[in-house]
Design a protein around this ligand. Structure first.
Ligand SMILES: O=P(O)(O)OC[C@H]1O[C@H](OP(=O)(O)OP(=O)(O)O)[C@H](O)[C@@H]1O
Ligand SMILES: O=c1cc[nH]c(=O)[nH]1
Ligand SMILES: [Mg+2]
Length: 221
């Protein structure tokens, strides 16, 4: 993949690093309201950074006093996210891309250590043909959730541009996405060291879905 397709926010010192540090910090992350709000704040920061790369065109605006030319987004991207942990991050994107439509996907990782599999069981999406698609999920671990999600979404049309936004990624996950979706542009908060034997990102932050919404119980049979 072209290096210009990989952007890592933490490589440029900014407030984003504070939000990421709070997500990681084992004491601060116990405050689930703050955890969700930090996911959302990073969604807002990333939406703004990505907005600088989208196409704009001049438009005439009528103020109460006169007409003025403004340079405005030509089109709003479709925002897609993976449940559950994606929800607060997605909200941050939607706060800024307020005219966007949204897609939601239900996907979950099934225990299997380094060979885990991902099950996808719900999808609601607008048409994607010729759209700019931003796929947002805070964690890019093995990359299987995002790759499976994107491949399934192609059944609803082929986007003209695909941007993947994640807050914390592993090198293995990035490599999997680059191999399976070479056309994707990747925006990351931080690129971490590795995956552990259960395919959690190290140093990472733990389980983003559980920290945001509480621990999952196994299904009652
Ligand atoms: O790159 P991968 O190895 O596929 O892992 C990443 C996935 O893990 C998390 O979801 P999880 O399956 O924990 O579900 P949850 O959000 O409901 O907790 C996260 O939100 C991603 O969707
Ligand atoms: O480290 C990880 C990997 C997948 N999902 C998470 O929430 N955390
Ligand atoms: Mg989880």
């Amino acid at each position: 993949m072209d290096i210009n397709r990989l952007h890592v926010l933490s490589q440029t010192p900014s407030l984003a690093n504070h939000f990421i540090s709070e997500l990681r910090d084992v004491t601060v992350q116990k405050d689930s309201l703050r955890f969700r709000r930090n996911l959302e704040r990073l969604g807002e920061v990333m939406a703004y950074k990505i907005s600088e790369t989208l196409p704009y065109a001049p438009q005439t605006i009528q103020t109460p006093l006169a007409q003025t030319q403004q340079t405005l987004l030509q089109e709003f991207p479709v925002l897609a996210t993976v449940l559950r942990a994606g929800l607060p991050f997605h909200q941050g994107f939607l706060n800024y891309f307020d005219h966007s439509t949204s897609a939601f996907v239900g996907a979950y990782r099934v225990e299997g250590g380094r060979k885990l599999s991902v099950h996808l069981d719900y999808m609601a999406t607008p048409h994607l043909e010729d759209k700019i698609l931003i796929l947002v999920d805070p964690m890019l671990a093995t990359g299987k959730s995002l790759v499976l999600t994107y491949k399934d979404m192609l059944g609803f049309g082929t986007p003209k541009r695909i941007i993947i936004a994640a807050i914390i990624a592993s090198p293995e996950g990035v490599a999997h996405v680059q191999e399976q979706i070479p056309e994707a542009e990747l925006w990351l908060g931080a690129l971490d060291e590795q995956l552990d034997h259960q395919s959690y990102i190290v140093p990472g932050l733990g389980d983003a879905g559980d920290l945001a919404f509480g621990e999952k119980n196994s299904k009652v049979q």
